[in-house]
Design a protein around this ligand. Sequence first.
Ligand SMILES: Cc1ncc(COP(=O)(O)O)c(C=O)c1O
Ligand SMILES: N[C@@H](CCCC[NH3+])C(=O)O
Length: 486
Amino acid sequence: MAGPLTHAVSVPAAPVSLPPPTTPSAATSASAPDSGTASAPDSGAPVTTTAKPTATPSVWPASAAPAPGGDITISGVSLAGLAERYGTPTYVLDEDEVRARARAWRRALPDAEIVYAGKAFLCRAVVDWIEEEGLGLDVCSAGELELAATRGFPADRIVLHGNAKSPEDLRSALRIGVGRIVIDSDCEIARIAAQVQGPGAQQVMVRVLPGIEAGGHKKIRTGAEGQKFGLSIAGGDAEDAVSRILGQPSLELVGLHCHLGSQITTPEPYAQAVRRLVAFLARIHDRYGITLRELDLGGGFAVPYLPDDPAPSPAWFGRRISDELLRACDEFDFPMPRLTVEPGRSIMAPAGVALYRVLSVKRSGGQVFVAVDGGMSDNLRPALYGARYAIRMVGRVPSGPMRATTVVGRHCEAGDVLAESVELPEDVRPGDVLAVPVSGAYHVSMASGYNTTGRPPVVAVAAVGRSRLLVRRESIDDLLRRDVGL
Ligand SMILES: Cc1ncc(COP(=O)(O)O)c(C=O)c1O
Ligand SMILES: N[C@@H](CCCC[NH3+])C(=O)O
């Protein structure tokens, strides 16, 4: 049988598990979420660095609850009902979960700047939520910037990244007046300097490569040598960039940045980065007589995709990073810089649930293939990184046992597989709704129009028990309208 639906619980809260929503008993015994124990993503309780990172790994938003008829509700809203109302595929985002996760980061590092990485998922409503929760925003394109600007997001809280910033990216950044631009190559130093006037007119940071290997997959490890991001500390490129920036009066160098990678499950790589960056800050001070005030450690904090995955909490990361920063500053006799972190996935992924409808079921080569009405065009992660998901059926009580099933998409690629060996009911059939938890980050933001299919809509649910459309479905008309050739 499918595993129990567990709430998002982390350090160190009481485990909460609900009966499997796809069994007949769950259908009759469904209850509202226990608001006393179903916790926000972080209990805020004190944690020591040796504490277990989590009590109960979870793959569903805290508001998830089983409902009659094999359904699951998120924030009191039926997933089967949402599939009916908005069609499929549809992405559901739990607004309260996003906000709770943003707050958990603020609690974990109260003196730091928490900057949400918009690449995980961004739309106007999310810009508002992030602004209202007091976070900054990390953008890496003119598009993300202009989106933030439509909501009047405070420009001084925006950080612009990119290993190859286009003229359009820089034009937008300078017009909007972003707080900091993170320099990622030598070429952009003079380019940015030439476009701003006056002493220290633009604050910049240098993205350094600390030489640390971390992250859930080789394609998302960005802290080690031999990939496109950052400037090497060991190889001297980072120091060259520092000295060139100091030679540009229109730029104000305020600090160092690094981003180690993504899906990092323990705080140790961050602690290592803190030491290397503080050592480098101290060296810059000794050689150039300047004290850089900011230290940005990037994002990359892991979330569980499967119930057995590690579920490190913001508090665990926060405590270890803060401890190491104190220690390193003491050791290198350097004044405490202001810390910034840039969580993307950790805030957005667990708040999202993807809904698909089954289009076909067939057996082939001893496997059962259940094909849904989306796939690699809205979720590239399995094909790109071998990502795995705990998919379940919602909206109907199955009559038979569960069996291992391969869930595939509808695209013309044999590699268009959403999940292998997931337990689905033996009687799953066309028309059934499948729900994919942990779909809030890097699904819609990396979606494509492969096979001329439109990108799915994004619907928000909130504690009021209501849903609202945030991003509409991309229609075939939308796609055809771009084709203006004769
Ligand atoms: C510079 C930078 N900051 C933050 C992030 C966010 O990473 P994550 O969503 O894994 O927290 C990324 C993406 O990996 C990034 O490149
Ligand atoms: N897009 C990736 C992670 C890289 C994030 C941005 N540098 C993912 O889905 O996991």
